[in-house]
Structure formats: structure tokens, C-alpha cells
Design a protein around this ligand. Sequence first.
Ligand SMILES: [Zn+2]
Length: 435
Amino acid sequence: MYRLSWMILWIGLGNQVLLAQDMMRVRETIFDLTSEKMHGRGYLKQGDKIAAIYLQQEFEKIGLKPLQAGFMQFFKMDINTFPDELSLKIDNRRLRLGKDYILNPVSRAGRGKAKIVFLDTLIFGNKVRQQEFMKTKIEKNVLVFSTRDFVKMIELPSLVLDKIYAAKALIELKDQRLTAGLSNRQLSNPIFEMPRSLFDSLRQNRKKPHKPFRASFRVDAEMIKSYLSQNVVGYIEGKIKPDSFVVVSAHYDHLGRMGKKIYFPGANDNASGVAMLLELARYYIQPQNQPKYSLVFMAFGGEEAGLIGSKHYVDFPLFPLEQIKFLFNLDLVGTGDDGATVVNGAVFKPEFELLLRINEESKYFPIITKRGFAANSDHFYFTENRVRSFFLYTLGGIRAYHDIYDRPETLPLTKFKELFGLLRDFIDQVQGQTN
Ligand SMILES: [Zn+2]
């Protein structure tokens, strides 16, 4: 009886996913990565490096081994940044950066005060209107246009498009929420983005409507050429087939700072994925859990700047890519009320069936849906280079994305424990499936 009850307890523990104290550690990891001292894990104030050093130290503490001389793999990239003053006033009302407006990632520096004019949408397809627009003194104005005009703008004759970009500044009105991004280039003027609803209410509630509608602004932008950033890579040696590899990847970088005052914490994107990667490393480092294949943990940099870190890894792999039996990329895994989606689920069918079977047996997620191939995270260049891979993200819960509201205290982590169980079972079983 005694033994039997221990057996039952043992089986119970085996199925147990993450315990309450593990979830506290997960929260701590996410708070660390999103704290102001990491500056949004971007390219101002060395945010990316501080985050990478933190991860290197975590890898060391866990006991992962480096694949080369150290855990870091360096690469260079060009990046546009907004290190200093940013301001936008419309009709003398000072707007709040991050809440009322953001900078478009390709924005250039500039300052001034100018009359606001609207893009004449009849220039799309009407040559006469285009000629009239060419005669305007747009260089002296702030030009307002809609996101939906943008698609048509890029089809305009290049002279007309150049004229648009000659405006003193541009304001793009968004029907959707503001989402920031990064770019490796600058266009020719400051470009602001703001919600159409806010702009319309400013316009309609003007105290002195007879006076010209004006904007004043200041943008400090700096293109950094060949910025040195890094991936952080460590592994656990396989017990049976150490030359076969399963990879867990998650990008640790985020959008960094914008101006002097704000930064993007990136709790869901992607402190959540990094926290999961670390939990899996902590689990598999325990001798009783040593994997059959070697298990590699790749924390990529430069993802938000255009998958730069993972592209660099694929170009300069630390062991032959053919030896990767499967790669599981995690990005945006802090929710889960509405299930999860697997990019490449429709491409790698046996592995997706395995994942569904595991999910069915243990009831981790109410639903897991599949998608085809997509260039939306770090699995992309691996898949292109014939590495079998999935990219999983969770659904539901919060809507914060690429904005200042993607914060740790509002990240629900609804299905984090279940996702851990799903990944652990999948990693265990995928090693039996391939040779
Ligand atoms: Zn992102």
C-alpha cells in the first residue's frame, strides 16, 4: 500500500507542470526583463546588452554549456533611434508620446512650426490634381494622411511621392491602435502617427477655428550604423544522441526607448517566451530529465529590427543546421484564454499531429490552431533553410502589442503552466519520432 501510494504520488508529480513557486520565478524573470533598467531591451542606453548579460548569467546559473567560446554570438546592424527630445503640439496642445502619438520607425530628425494641410486624395488616379499638388508649397506644411492612403501613395509617380516626402513633417492617422516598430533606415522627414479619433477631436474642438490649424514639433533621430548586438545561445548535451539537436528559441530584444521618457517594456513580446525558455532549461538540466538529443536554447537579438539575429545565426550556425531535428520558437506566449496558434502547423504535419495528440491527452489548451509558413518571427530563416520548425503564440487576454501597455503586471500568463507541459511533452516525444 505504502509503495503503491508513493507510485501514485510519483505519477502525479510526473504530470505536474509548473508549481506555484516556479510561477513566482517566471513572474520575476518577466519583471526583470521589462524593468526600466533594461530600457526596453533595445538600442539606446545599451538595453540589448544589459538584457543579454542577464541571460548569459541565467544560462550560467542554470548550468547550460556554450557551443563556442562563450554564450554570445555577435552581429551588426543599422538601426534608426530616437535618443533625445521628441515633442508634438497641435494648436498649442502638447500631445503625450506613447499615448497620443508615436514616431514612425523611418522618421528623420526635424523641428519646426507649420500649418497643417491634408493630402488631397484625388491625386490618386487624377493627373490634373497631381499637377496641382506639385505646385503647392508643401515644404512649408505639415501634411496629414491616412494609413489607408499609404498603400495608394506608394503607387504614385515617384516625383509626386517625393513631393509628399518633402513636407516639413507628416502625420499619419491610424484607425487602429498605435503600434511602434524599428527600422534600419530613415526617410526624409519627421513622421508622426496618431489615432484618427484624437486628431479629429482636436480639429473639431478648436477654440479659435478662424486661426490657421498649426503643428509644432521636434524630433531628434539618429541612425546608428553597424550597431553591435548579440544572440545568447547555450545547450544541454543529449544522453543518447548528442549530435542530434532540438532547439527552443525566443527573441529577448524589444523596441527599446523612444525619446528620453518612455520605453516599451515588452512583457508579452517577448519576456514571456524568454521566461518559458529559461523554465525549460531549468527542467531539462536536472539529471533525471536529461534529453536524448542535445537541447539548444537560442535567445535571439534583433528580432524586432527585422529578424536580424536569427538570420545571422542561420548564416553562421554553431553546428550544421541539418543536425537540428526540430526547432520550437516562442514569441507572445503570455496569454492563452483563446488557445494557441502554431505557424508552420500546416507545413510540418506529423509534428503538428503529435502536438495535437499531446494536447488532447493532457487537455492543456482548449484549442490549438495551425497556420502555414509566415515571416513573422525567428523560425522564418530556419524554415527557409529546411529546418523543421514551429512558431507558437497564445491567443486572448490582453490586446497590448508593440505599445507602452505591454506591461508585466497586466500580463495574465493564463496558460503558461499548460504551455510548459505541452512543450515538455512535445520535446520528449519528438526525439523518439525522428532519427
Ligand atoms: Zn514584437
